[in-house]
Design a protein around this ligand. Structure first.
Ligand code: KE4
Length: 430
C-alpha cells in the first residue's frame, strides 16, 4: 500500500505539531509505523491522501455512529454556516438541543453545552464539589475522563488511596484530591468511601468503560455505586462521552437502568463537531453560574454550527431507534469472529475490544479491570492492527481503545471484516 504522501506529511507535521498530531493516540505510537493522513470520508470509508480507502472502525473515536458525512447532517451544517459561524449570544438551537437531550435522557433536566468531553467532565466534577461542598473525587484506574489536571492521575503506590499525577505538569496537590479505585471491585470503593467518609463529592465512572479497551460493568456494580453514593451523600457522575447516545438513545441509563446524578456527553451529541455537554437535575445544575456559584464559561459553548450538527444527528437517531439493534447485531458478528479464533472479546452494544492475552493459552481470560487489560500482549495487538490495515480495515491503533460500529457498515462489509479477522489473527491456543 503506497502511503508516501502521508509519510511526507507526517515528517512535515512533526516539525510544527508535537508528535505530528493534535491528539497523541493518532500518532500510531502504540502500534508502530506512521499514521495515514485523511483526505475525506464518506459513510464507513476513510480516504487517505495517497488514494487508499479504509473501512473505518474508529469513527473518529465515537461520533460517527451514522457514518461519515451523513447527507442530512452535512446539508444542515452547510445551511447553518451561511448564517454565521459563531455569535457569542444565545440561539434557539441551543434550547432545542438542550430539550432533545432531556427527551433522550430524562434525568438530565438541565444541561450546559461546552466544546469538548474534557471540558464537560471537568465542569461536572466542579459542580459536584460546589453542590456538596466536599473536595474528593473517586475515579477508576483505566477510566479516561479527558485531560483536566485533577483527572490525569493514577493510583498511588501500595495502599495509598491518594492518586499521583499521570502526566508531567500536574501538581501533586491536584492529584491528592482524586482517589483511584479498581473498576468492578466493590470492596476497593467501599474502603475508599469509609476512609474518606464525608469528604467524597462524587464518584465519576465510565458506565461501560471504553478506555482500557471495552470493559462492561459486572452485574450489580453500577447499582452498588448508586447505593453507596446515596448512602454517603456523594454524587454519581456517569461519564457518557462515549456511551451517550451510543449504547442506546438514552445512553447508559437506558442500557443499564441505573440513574446517575450528573451525566457528561460528547462525540455523538455534537454530530462530529466540537460540542459536548454536562447536565443533571435542575436542583444540582442550578448551582452553575450565572444561576449559582459554580463558574464555567466558554466562547464557543453552544456554537450554532456545532449545535446544528448535534440536533440533526439526534433527530436521525430518534427517528430510527431500530438502528441500535442493527449496529449491536453487527458488532456481535464481529465479536464472534474473534471468539472463533479463541480470543477474549468484551462487547457492549456496538462497542467492542478484542484483547490479545499475553499467553494465548489464557484465551477466554476475563478482562474486568485495568490490571487485566494491562496483561495483554501489545505486540500481538500491533501485528493484528497492521495486518488488518493491509487489508484496508482501520481499527483503533491501540489495545486500550474500542471498535465502533456505525449504521453505515453494511452486512456485506461486516462479512468482509470477519474474513479479514480470520486471516489477520492467528488462532489462540485453547
Ligand atoms: P475529549 O476532550 O477528547 O472530547 O473527551 C475526553 C473524554 C472524556 N470521557 C471519555 C469517556 C472519553 O473517552 C474521552 C475521550 N476519548 C478518547 C478516546 N478514547 C478521545 C480520543 C483522543 O484522545 O484523541
Amino acid at each position: 500500500m503506497d502511503t508516501n504522501q502521508s509519510k511526507m506529511l507526517f515528517d512535515k507535521a512533526k516539525k510544527c505539531i508535537p508528535g505530528g498530531v493534535n491528539s497523541p493516540v493518532r500518532a500510531f505510537g502504540a502500534v508502530g509505523g506512521h499514521p495515514f493522513f485523511v483526505e475525506r470520508a464518506e459513510g464507513p470509508w476513510l480516504y487517505d491522501v495517497d488514494g487508499n480507502r479504509y473501512l473505518d472502525y474508529v469513527c473518529s473515536w465515537g461520533p460517527g455512529i451514522l457514518g461519515h458525512a451523513h447527507p442530512r447532517v452535512v446539508e444542515a451544517v452547510r445551511k447553518a454556516c451561511g448564517g454565521g459561524l459563531t455569535f457569542g449570544a444565545p440561539t434557539a438551537g441551543e434550547v432545542e438541543l438542550a430539550e432533545l437531550i432531556h427527551v433522550c435522557v430524562p434525568d438530565v433536566e438541565m444541561v450546559r453545552l461546552v466544546s469538548s468531553g474534557t471540558e464537560a467532565v471537568m465542569s461536572a466534577v466542579r459542580v459536584a464539589r460546589g453542590f456538596t461542598g466536599r473536595e474528593k473525587i473517586i475515579k477508576f484506574a483505566g477510566n479516561y475522563h479527558g485531560h483536566s489536571d485533577g483527572l490525569l492521575v493514577k493510583a498511588g503506590s501500595g495502599l495509598m488511596t491518594q492518586s499521583v499525577p499521570d502526566s508531567a505538569g500536574v501538581p501533586a496537590g491536584y492529584a491528592e484530591s482524586t482517589l483511584t479505585a479498581v473498576y468492578n471491585d466493590e470492596q476497593s470503593v467501599r474502603r475508599m468511601m469509609e476512609e474518606n467518609s464525608g469528604q467524597v463529592a462524587a464518584i465519576v465512572v465510565e458506565p461501560v468503560a471504553a478506555n482500557m479497551g471495552v470493559v462492561p460493568p459486572k452485574e450489580g456494580f453500577l447499582e452498588f455505586l448508586r447505593r453507596i453514593t446515596k448512602e454517603k451523600g456523594a454524587l454519581l457522575i456517569f461519564d457518557e462521552v462515549i456511551t451517550g447516545f451510543r449504547l442506546a438513545l438514552g445512553g447508559a441509563t437506558e442500557y443499564t437502568g441505573v440513574h446517575a446524578d450528573l451525566h457528561t456527553f460528547g462525540k455523538i451529541v455534537g454530530g462530529g463537531m466540537p460540542l459536548a455537554a454536562y447536565g443533571g437535575s435542575r436542583e444540582i445544575m442550578s448551582c452553575v453560574a450565572p444561576l449559582g456559584e459554580v463558574y464555567q464559561a466558554g466562547t464557543l459553548s453552544g456554537n450554532p454550527v456545532a449545535v446544528t450538527a448535534g440536533i440533526t444527528t439526534l433527530k436521525i437517531l430518534m427517528e430510527d431507534r431500530g438502528m441500535y439493534r442493527r449496529i449491536d447485531t453487527k458488532a456481535e458478528r464481529i465479536a464472534e469472529a474473534f471468539c472463533k479464533k479463541g480470543l477474549t472479546v468484551n462487547r457492549a452494544g456496538s462497542l467492542l475490544t478484542v484483547f490479545f492475552t499475553s499467553d494465548c493459552a489464557q484465551s477466554g481470560m476475563n478482562v474486568a479491570n485495568y490490571e487485566d487489560a494491562c496483561r495483554c500482549d501489545r505486540e500481538a495487538f500491533a501485528g493484528y492492527f497492521h495486518r488488518m490495515l493491509e487489508r484496508g480495515i482501520y481499527v483503533a491503533p491501540s489495545q486500550f481503545e474500542a471498535m465502533f460500529v456505525s449504521d453505515a457498515h453494511s452486512e456485506e462489509l461486516i462479512d468482509w471484516t470477519c474474513e479479514a479477522i480470520a486471516q489477520s489473527v492467528a488462532r489462540a491456543q485453547q
